[in-house]
Design a protein around this ligand. Sequence first.
Ligand code: ATP
Ligand code: MG
Length: 571
Amino acid sequence: MRTSQLYLSTLKEAPSEAELVSHKLMLRAGLIKRLGSGLYTWMPLGMRVLRKVEAVVRDEMNRAGAQELLMPTIQPAELWQETGRWELFGPQMLKIKDRHQRDFCFGPTHEEVVTDIARLELRSYKQLPVNFYQVQVKFRDEIRPRFGVMRAREFVMKDAYSFDATFEGLQASYDKMYRAYSNVFARLGLKFRAVAADTGAIGGSGSHEFHVLADAGEDLLAYCPDSDYAANVELAEALAPTAPRAQPAEAMRDVETPRQTTCEQVAELMGIPLQRTVKLIAVIDAGGKLVIVLLRGDHSLNEVKLSKVAGIGEFRFASEEEIRAAFNCPPGFLGPVGAPDGTRVIADRTVAAMSDFVCGANKPKYHIAGVNWGRDLAEPETVADVRNVVEGDPSPDGKGTLSLCRGIEVGHVFQLRTKYSEAMSATFTDVDGAQKPFEMGCYGIGVSRIVGAAIEQNFDERGIVFPQALAPFALALVAVGYHRSDAVREAADKLYAELGAAGVDVLLDDRNERPGSMFADMELIGIPHRLTIGDKGLAEGVVEYAVRASGAVSKVPLADVVRHCQDVLAG
Ligand code: ATP
Ligand code: MG
């Protein structure tokens, strides 16, 4: 393609609403344009990138034996009522009515629709396994759309759904998808990690997320550099301390803390490590009861883990009024000693092993020090792992310590088991003649998010540095003086034709612009390789070759240039 035929609209400055590098660069490079909150148009240049991602995804899905179909974006409410998700999905789902006042939604995901297809189409074990996939637009009314296409409301997802007769079959289908996903991200040239993920209400161990590693990632991942262990921090287990609780050494005493309402402030005032303090978090459990959760001062609450503690479920944080009413004390001075009668206490495993600790006194402007379980307060009713792991915690597989990094979730594979097939009576006739619900898996890839995530991992001060597999063009051919030199125009046109014939995905920059601004544009849009052709080089019989990532520049004889490009593009 020629730049004279390509709609390019690069900007010097990114619009101020963009916070993340990838979002800024996508706007500056003119890959996307914003229509409204979480709504973006993919401009022709961006569309080329999106299509490249899709091509790799489709290729790996097809190789893994999945079959492409396309389901409607608009889905009838009745299907979602069968699984109870019409209510459960919540405000993320965009509900709409047709002219007959019938309820529909714009699909946020397609488990219900695909399960409906399966119950109508798949009758016998002989037809299994089957894996259906599509590449399609989803809408989720995200509470905080941000970071451009990374957390959009309308976005492109590849979603696949497998149907098996047995759990073993499901595991085999799942493993195939896991491998296909690893291939996709490796082929796209991304640094990624697969991590064990939370399986929510379904339980079991069959869920992995694929994350592109980037400092700007919303997710925190824990991994062990000495073993295979890797998990989303939502899930990563914090083991109980192995050392037994120390004997009490101090007497319990009041400490005046007139302005100190956080563990950090109290530790500073007392000149003690934060690890000696305990904080109290008051929550209301699914049954509406107040529950006290105790964490070491430097630890943070893991909401997913807490919701899984027996009897807690979907909880919320207690309001200030609820706290004042129950404790007769403002937040900031709360503690487990003298807490409201009959309140359930959940101590994190670490807290349960502490002695002589410092916590709120349940009276304004006071904390207490030298607190000990069994002596100053009853042993905790529940001891559970409810905190987030921190750097240096022992790895749950016993093989070293944990490190943390940030990631952007670009894929998710999940063993659904029979959750949807049972709810929707989607059954098949098994070998023994019995009707059985399908064992299902679902597998998502954030196709449009990948573009942002890839940029988040590959940029420099001059712009995007696309990995070759998803670059809008593999090679830029910048013709300096195309409009004033016949020699340049003829040589550039000839080389362009030869490169095209050799199968090179080349963009000829034939604009009548200053060389500096042509280079700047080609660099901003992230084309990985560049040739520059100009009068000076032609006189010597060479063109200049430059690598976007390293900036390395070399001269290549005109006669060898097609071969040279084929070689470097083949890697
Ligand atoms: P997240 O935790 O980021 O909200 P999710 O768990 O809700 O994602 P899934 O339902 O697993 O997402 O969807 C499959 C994939 O779709 C995700 O792995 C992600 O890459 C992508 N995705 C999900 N929500 C969005 C969004 N709002 N914008 C862009 N991509 C998204
Ligand atoms: Mg997910």
